[in-house]
Design a protein around this ligand. Structure first.
Ligand code: GLN
Length: 246
């Protein structure tokens, strides 16, 4: 049986709005293709994590308080995480996790939480705690040259700027900033987004894009995951797009 390895970072602290569901969806969609997804965790204080052995590194979203608590541990892993990124591990990051991989996150108390600095973007929140981007969001991204609508839910005070390659174009909702046209950040081995949902349950093609990337790297030839029955997901998506007028 083929195997992929996923590292879930700080699952006890970064898990807003069902973000851990993304790991379950990846496990399920791997299993249906005869691939075992072995899931490990990295918690504060774990010194032995060998980040480079993982195909997928996953961070969910979190409140300012949790982000502040784990920032020091994250920074202490900087070189090892950068090595995994350079070696081609796939990084999936949601909201708070997305913010912490950039230069910094200035939180709603005005405190600057240093980021890992893996990417150029940086994020600041207003000190008016009511000033947040909240609600449904739809962005248009590209998968294998085809446009794909990604739907989710955003709830963030942070406004992210200096984003060189956004994940998608906002069709509904806010995105990286209030009323922004751009959302998230992407590279061949990176998806960073403000979308909760959990993201992958509502957007099955995104999971397959990640599985396909990892298996292609593993096998050295383009891997096309066998199609699954996504009728329920696609019917839900259609209904939501109609309701939101996108
Ligand atoms: N605390 C961050 C913010 O408010 C991230 C929130 C989240 O992960 N949903 O912007």
């Amino acid at each position: 049986m083929e195997k992929l390895k996923l590292l879930h970072m700080y699952p006890n602290m970064l898990d807003l709005y069902g973000d851990s569901g993304n790991v379950e969806i990846l496990s399920y969609r791997c299993r249906e293709r005869g691939i075992e997804l072995e899931v490990s965790t990295h918690m504060i204080g774990d010194r032995e994590t060998d980040f480079t052995q993982f195909d997928i590194i996953y961070l969910g979203g979190g409140a300012d308080f949790e982000q502040q608590l784990l920032a020091e541990d994250l920074l202490s892993c900087k070189d090892k995480i950068a090595a995994a990124y350079n070696a081609g591990s796939f990084f999936l990051m949601i909201c708070g996790g997305y913010q912490l991989m950039g230069q910094y996150y200035k939180d709603s108390n005005g405190e600057k939480i240093p980021g890992l600095g893996l990417f150029d973007y940086y994020t600041s929140a207003s000190t008016d705690k009511r000033c947040r981007c909240i609600g449904n969001i739809v962005v248009e991204t590209e998968i294998d040259g085809e446009k794909y609508k990604v739907i989710g839910f955003e709830n963030h005070g942070g406004q992210t700027v200096n984003v060189k390659s956004p994940f998608g174009k906002v069709l509904y909702g806010n995105g990286n900033e209030f009323e922004s046209s751009a959302e998230g950040y992407t590279e061949e081995n990176v998806i960073a987004t403000y979308l909760h949902g959990p993201l992958l349950s509502k957007n099955p093609k995104l999971s397959d894009r990640i599985i396909s990337y990892c298996m292609t790297v593993r096998q050295g030839v383009k891997y096309l995951p066998k199609p699954l029955n996504d009728k329920l997901e696609n019917d839900c998506r259609k209904q939501l797009f109609e309701r939101l007028g996108v």
